[in-house]
Design a binder for this molecule. Structure first.
Ligand code: MEV
Length: 437
């Protein structure tokens, strides 16, 4: 793909920014028109264009989901089969581009599933919105007394449907966060919705009331993605023998997992990678189910630093001949509303999961995060991570070299057997396979 080199200048001789070259009305065009404009601007071939969307209906869907849509990106969707969570076997959809993620989850789900599976606990599905008011009023003063009842009354109408479903208003806290500012925190049980819209609507609705009673002007009214009242804990316990790997005994691997986890509680650099591995699973399921991956990631990383130092989200111990692992994370997901309610791929994923409610989905996601972490640590402290990764990387090299169908597995096997992982070798071996016929 080659970008056109002719540079456009405006009358002042200043180079026009690329969006202007696409035309100031670019965002007003239809998806099809935008695609043609972009294609022309970048001298793209039809093939290159088709990589960003060939299905008209999906392009139309993209257009109603985001502004200036030009197509969609096909991220692989896979299913890790057989996740035993609270006694029930789930097949879990992942949308992810990284080759080892589903393989790792499936490995851990199978080891843990054979030994009792995962158990979970979760809090209620309560989310919080905040109205920040500039005021010097004492939050404990009499002026503030009764505000909670007034706020609850004001929210009766916008929360009517949520209240009928068993959720709704869950309280109000007032906290001074600096000498000039008070945060009024509004808690709402959003049931099976992630809740962003209803929280923001409610926060804006009560903003004038809160301003009047706190005697100041609100700077802003918005939900917090911290979701620290919506926390799920996943656990497993497996006999240490089940941990044996890479020529090391189960006890040795289990003890090394505990040490590896400890390192991630004391060393910030390791903690980031450790938690990234956990999010490999959680974010992939979030994406597959049409949930907000950025909100969940922000919440989990903030949770990891809640006591001032960024640490591993997991805990492990070896006790009574077993390895006990746990993960505690805020997972604010919705199973109704948002993309989960209308995107065909998200709806498919919900079907694969047997249409869970939000609490169940959060529980499954916490188990997936824990599984991902167990699989990573078990490899890292035994045979290392690269052997498995390179095997999966070989598939990509095979594809890039032009292998298709059965050729892919054959070429990947040959690359792995010979221990060479580069494009040149892949092309060479592919030519050989084809000559052989
Ligand atoms: C790779 O995406 C994730 C790991 O680096 C996680 C970890 O190191 O714990 C394998």
């Amino acid at each position: 793909m080659q970008q056109k080199t002719d540079i456009s200048y405006n009358s002042a001789g200043i180079e026009k920014p690329p969006w202007l070259k696409l035309g100031p009305r670019f965002r007003k065009l239809t998806v099809a028109e935008r695609r043609i404009r972009l294609c022309d601007f970048l001298d793209m071939s039809e093939d290159e264009l088709s990589a960003t969307g060939f299905d008209t209906e999906m392009c139309d869907l993209a257009d109603i989901m985001v502004e200036s849509a030009v197509g969609y990106i096909p991220v692989p969707l896979g299913v890790a089969a057989g996740f035993k969570v609270n006694g029930h076997l789930y097949n879990v959809p992942f949308a992810v581009e990284e080759p080892s993620v589903i393989a790792a989850a499936t490995f851990a789900a199978s080891v843990i599933g054979r030994n009792g599976g995962f158990t979970t606990e979760s809090t209620e599905t309560v989310m919080t919105a905040e109205v920040y008011v500039e005021t010097e009023i004492d939050p404990d003063s009499r002026d503030v007394t009764g505000l909670i009842t007034e706020v609850e009354d004001e929210l009766t109408e916008p929360l009517a449907a949520m209240t009928r479903r068993g959720g709704g208003f869950h309280g109000l806290d007032i906290e001074r966060i600096d000498p000039d500012t008070i945060a009024a925190r509004l808690h709402i049980d959003t049931c099976d919705a992630m809740g962003a819209n209803i929280l923001n609507t409610c926060a804006e609705r009560v903003r004038p009331l809160i301003e009047a009673r706190l005697g100041g002007e609100a700077i802003m009214a918005i939900l917090t993605n911290a979701a620290d009242r919506r926390v799920t804990t996943a656990r497993f316990s497996i006999p240490v023998d089940a941990c044996a790997r890479g020529g090391r005994s189960g006890l040795e691997v289990a003890q090394r997992i505990v040490k590896a986890n400890r390192i991630a509680t004391i060393d910030f650099h390791r903690a980031v990678t450790h938690n990234k591995g956990i999010m490999n699973g959680i974010s992939s399921v979030a994406l597959a189910t049409g949930n907000d991956t950025r909100a969940i990631e922000a919440a989990c990383h903030a949770f990891a630093v809640r006591d001032g130092a960024y640490r591993a989200l997991t805990e492990y111990e070896v006790r009574d001949g077993a390895l006990h692992g746990s993960l505690r994370v805020p997972v604010a997901v919705g199973t109704v509303g948002g993309a989960a309610g209308f995107h065909p791929a998200a709806r498919f994923s919900m079907q694969v999961l047997e249409r869970p409610d939000a609490r169940t989905l959060a529980s499954i996601m916490a188990c997936v995060g824990l599984a991902q972490n167990y699989a990573a640590l078990s490899a890292l402290v035994s045979e290392g991570i690269q052997a498995g990764h390179m095997r999966l990387h070989a598939n990509r090299l095979a594809w890039k070299a032009g292998a298709r169908g059965d050729e892919i597995a054959e070429l990947a096997d040959r690359l792995s057997d010979e221990g060479v992982f580069n494009s040149e070798a892949a092309e060479h071996i592919l030519a050989h396979i084809r000559r052989r016929g």
